[in-house]
Ligand binder design. Structure first.
Ligand code: PNS
Length: 169
């Protein structure tokens, strides 16, 4: 499906706390299918326990992607409303192991219930990123482990700085 300007646009939503090389891989694969990809940071102003602010996460995504075909944005509220507002027709999600399936299936079905015309497209992550998750990256980095290769270099610099600030507090 295309928008009135004849473009295929997808929203790739997530917490992206932080953006990993696994996410970057999904963005790159999405660009093979879609003309434009909006990487959308979901946040909940009332109960967001994320390490990075939505603005910081948007900046990290822009630094890591650097192509006019990728836009980074933040949204709160329902994903399907955001997809409609942004003129996209599809939602992209990455799939890693089987363990992701049930959660992803539930979300895709709920989103389809809410907006039947918005399609969710699943893209298989590269095997190099099958075990990368933002949660584990944060845990490993906070315990002094090396996360090189798992996240973009700019994200790693920010993560190290953020964890230092956190422990100094
Ligand atoms: O990276 P995550 O945390 O697995 O992403 C989950 C996300 C942000 C895609 C999901 O929580 C979401 O869509 N949140 C927006 C609120 C919403 O629409 N909830 C109903 C989804 S079925």
């Amino acid at each position: 499906m295309k928008n009135p300007r004849g473009e295929r646009v997808a929203v790739f939503p997530g917490s992206f706390d932080p953006f990993t090389n696994g996410h970057l891989d999904i963005v790159e694969r999405s660009l093979e299918i879609f003309d434009r990809v909006i990487v959308a940071v979901a946040f909940n102003a009332a109960k967001d326990s994320a390490l990075f602010s939505p603005q910081e996460r948007v900046e990290m995504i822009l630094e890591a992607t650097r192509t006019p075909r990728v836009v980074a944005d933040a949204f709160s509220g329902l994903l399907v409303d955001y997809v409609e507002r942004s003129g996209a027709q599809s939602i992209v999600r990455g799939l890693r192991a089987v363990a992701d399936f049930e959660y992803e299936f539930q979300m895709a079905m709920m989103n389809r219930h809410l907006r039947p015309r918005i399609e969710t497209i699943f893209i298989m992550a590269s095997e190099a990123h099958f075990y990368t998750s933002a949660r584990l990256v944060k845990e490993v980095a906070s315990l002094g482990g090396d996360v090189t290769g798992l996240i973009p270099a700019g994200v790693r610099r920010r993560l190290v700085r953020k964890l230092k600030e956190k422990t100094a507090r």
